[in-house]
Design a protein around this ligand. Sequence first.
Ligand code: UD1
Ligand code: UDP
Length: 370
Amino acid sequence: MKVILVVGARPNYMKIAPVYFTLKSEQEFEPILIHTGQHYDNNLSEIFFNELGLPKPNIYLGVGSGMHGQQTARIMIEFEKVLFKENPDLVMVAGDVNSTIACALDSAKLHIPVAHLEAGLRSYDRQMPEEINRVLTDSISDILLTPSLDANENLKKEGITDDKIFFVGNAMIDSLRKYESLAEKSDVLDRLCLSKYKYGLITLHRPRNVDNKQNFEKIITTFEQIEKKIPLVFPIHPRSRKTIEKFSLKSRFDNMKNFILIEPVGYLDFLKLEKYAKLVLTDSGGIQEETTVFGVPCLTIRENTERPITISQGTNQLVGTDTQKIIKTTESILDGYCKRGTIPKFWDGKSAIRIVEVFKKCTNIRREKK
Ligand code: UD1
Ligand code: UDP
């Protein structure tokens, strides 16, 4: 069974890697790795292949950046050629990025079965491009692999039948568990002169937070207050780096004495930074999940989340962009009042095994090749 696995952007690699390795270990499967090139900088792409031990992609589409329509269309044009060349039995896409919907749509139109990893998550906020990608990908997928039971419920509400929905848990946590001990060996804390549990970690890249000058300035004002209480480290996403330049905000970062602004770091360095942070301030999707597993307090700088289980069960709190709310919550964490969470069901490092079992069982979904 030839299975195409699609990666395109940073959060895809750690989700797809465990599935790739599990498929590779089974004789009946032939996994083919396709990189769309949505992310292409070394520290958003190649470094993850090296650290996760993934081979070079079988095919690299090299689509690069662009407006949503342009990027999605370019991926579709290039990926369709791959489908004709490879003639796969199944295509697996992950998450909610433009590469996800583009490749799923190509496959569905050619009647090639699609498996969606991380299906069913909903923020119910269609201002976010990811929500549109999620809803559309789920609606044309044949195998919906969910990370939590709330996702199953969301899918059922949208009329998706039970026979397509498989609760397999969180594949991203498979990677976290696998690479956790290697990450321990990272010297990133020494390099940045940070001590365990004595710094806050920031990531920020949502268009609503960083592409709007007023919103970004408000968030920077919050950081200016917090860095007086605890050092902050911010591996900055290229989107945010660009808008800092565009809005001439660099001097505000330079003027913060307790603030370390660095380029995005690799997976191992990031896991170490995350595990030993006193708190994490983020608008990332995956980081809400990883902090829940590490038991590290996470303040999500958004009004909503598609990952509510990280709030109901984990260490996540939605704080929006309200400066006073973020500062108050940070102060209570620094005073020792942390939310204690538990790890959600099936976030146990074994999701890829469950996923491959699903592929084996779904013989009825397998493509009948012409
Ligand atoms: C994308 C995903 C988002 C995900 C994020 C993970 C979509 C719609 N968005 O957002 O869901 O959370 O990745 O990091 O798919 N750039 C570089 N180098 C790169 C890649 C991008 O400099 O290697 C810059 C370009 O200026 C580009 C901008 O970053 O225009 C945004 O990149 P893009 O892939 O469009 O969206 P992200 O913000 O990265
Ligand atoms: N990550 C990383 N280096 C960084 C920032 C994040 O390795 O500098 C990892 C992080 O551990 C997680 C994933 O990238 O596994 C999350 O990706 P991102 O926040 O870009 O995307 P999202 O989850 O928001 O779609």
